[in-house]
Design a protein around this ligand. Structure first.
Ligand SMILES: [Zn+2]
Length: 66
């Protein structure tokens, strides 16, 4: 139970300290309740989403409110 967490991607049992799953080579985050590792936050996806929204709002402003 201790020192083991589950990979959120492939469900493999991996050591609690590893940051990359040795089976599927994907990044794993901290362990949450139940011994399953979190999926790490994908900051690049958040950033792209944010940029898309800003561009969209600017376009609406440019198209209708000038
Ligand atoms: Zn894995």
């Amino acid at each position: 139970m201790d020192k083991i967490k589950k990979c959120p991607w492939c469900n493999a049992r991996i050591h609690i300290d590893v940051k990359t799953c040795s089976f599927c080579k994907k990044k794993v985050g901290k362990t949450v309740a139940g011994g399953i590792a979190q999926k790490p936050i994908d900051w690049r996806s958040y950033l792209i989403c944010l940029i898309v929204w800003v561009v969209f709002i600017l376009y609406i402003w440019w198209a209708f409110f000038r």
